[in-house]
Write a protein that binds this ligand. Structure first.
Ligand code: S3P
Length: 423
């Protein structure tokens, strides 16, 4: 796809629904007894993989425009799948499912595309084995993941990584365990599982960076409205800030405190972003954002902030290229095990455009202010790389060629159409 530099982005837009919340609403709805109705569901490939997998597990799920009806059969109502469960590109589907399936009375196999088969699974296998689950995996750490369901025991797991997928996997297994289960993280990761499980009737308590779940008899169905995804809004936030003469209003953006790191960091960088109409939608804080062209400056991002913006680092790196001075991103080695090694991908592609980007073991050092020029850019089949590079290319001094842009379907199917409407 050819991307030409562009001068201004103006208007208002609604970004797609939150991917993490959409996944969880189908999963918990399937485990509740009765009908869960999900409005504003994200019809991206990853969330469709979750629907597909739960259908294979015997759950009736129907779609009508952007509303999903899930006929949950209760915590013990899933049935044995007839074939391996294909989770596509979705790490959230594999890891959360591994916790649920470890407690079932049947065996199952989780797998996915080439990228999923390279992503680390020892991080869920290790705690699940401590809970007495029986699992095997390729080289003991990659998909396909074979799970013999059975009885589970509660544990206190001190996780070496701040990962909502790991935390959620253990909490979901904990619903079925014979005693309470606690997860302690180095920093708090996104808490949609805790919020939504409580709404479905589970007993969840939090203390500092620890979460405890009690064994559960039954989950109760809910009616859910999924807010817009701040991870998708991030591309338009950065685009609005760095593209000359821009003024964008982004409606219905989820600003859960465990997710809003990108907003706080862009404000700290000097971004002109106004937070408007703050409200609560189904227990999640939501707002509209007005974003105008700004002169940004570099910042240091590290520690507890990293999990609150982990998926936004590719586009944050683009913002840093257009900011005055140095941006330092540390403590972000998790970037190496996302849909691709995002430290390598960001470094390679932004360097091709003339960006002053250095890769470190656990992050990036970016010296901003050097104009970017057009280049032939790889997406690594990674939706967030594709969208971040598009925003960089819009602001380059010459056209770019983006290869493999169709992967945006994973989380933001209408990304290019929306961008064209605002241009
Ligand atoms: C997600 C958690 C994060 C994030 C991913 C979605 C979730 O992954 O990167 O896109 O929905 O729980 P980790 O848990 O591996 O940090």
């Amino acid at each position: 796809m050819l991307i030409k530099p562009h001068q201004q982005l103006r208007g208002s837009l609604s970004i797609p629904s939150d991917k993490s919340i959409s996944h969880r609403s189908v999963m918990f709805g399937s485990l509740a007894k009765g009908e869960t109705i999900i409005h504003n569901f994200l019809m991206g490939d990853d969330c469709l993989s979750t629907i597909h997998v739960f259908r294979q597990l015997g759950i009736s799920i129907t779609l009508e425009k952007d509303t999903v009806y899930v006929k949950g059969k209760g915590l013990h109502g899933l049935s044995a799948p007839l074939a391996p469960l294909d989770c596509g590109n979705s790490g959230t589907t594999v890891r959360l499912l591994s916790g649920i399936l470890s407690a079932q009375s049947f065996s199952s196999t989780l797998t996915g595309d080439a990228s999923i088969q390279k992503r680390p699974m020892a991080r869920v296998i290790t705690p699940l084995r401590q809970m007495k689950a029986t699992l095997s995996a390729k080289e003991d750490r990659f998909c396909p993941l074979h799970i013999e369901g059975g009885h589970l025991e509660g544990i206190h797991y001190v996780s070496p990584v701040a990962s909502a997928q790991v935390k959620s996997c253990i909490l979901l297994a904990g619903l079925y365990a014979s005693s309470p289960t606690t997860v302690t993280e180095p920093f708090i990761s996104r808490d949609h599982t805790e919020r939504m499980l409580e709404a479905f009737g589970a007993k969840v308590t939090r203390l500092g960076t620890s979460v405890t779940i009690s064994p559960c008899e039954e989950l109760y169905p809910c009616e859910i409205t999924v807010p817009g995804d701040i991870s998708s809004a991030a591309f338009f936030m950065v685009a609005g800030l760095i593209t000359p003469n821009s003024d964008l209003t982004i409606r219905n953006v989820g600003i859960n405190p465990t997710r809003r790191g990108i907003l706080d960091v862009l404000l700290e960088m000097g971004g002109d972003i106004k937070i408007l109409n703050e409200r609560l939608v189904c227990g999640e804080p939501v707002c509209d954002l007005r974003v105008r062209t700004s002169s940004l400056h570099g910042v240091t991002i590290e520690g507890a902030t990293i999990p609150t913006l982990i998926d936004e680092i590719p586009v944050l790196a683009v913002a840093a290229c257009f900011a005055k001075g140095k941006t330092l991103i540390k403590d972000a080695s998790e970037l190496r095990v996302k849909e691709c090694d995002r430290i390598v991908a960001i470094h390679t592609e932004l360097s091709k455009m003339g960006g002053a980007v250095l890769a470190t073991e656990d992050g990036l050092i970016i010296e901003g202010g050097k104009p970017l020029h057009g280049a032939t850019l790889e997406t690594y089949h990674d939706h967030r790389m594709a969208m971040a590079l598009t925003i960089a290319a819009l602001n380059a001094t010459s056209p770019s060629q983006l290869l493999g842009e169709e992967c945006v379907r994973i989380s933001f199917p209408n990304f290019f159409e929306l961008l064209a409407e605002l241009s």
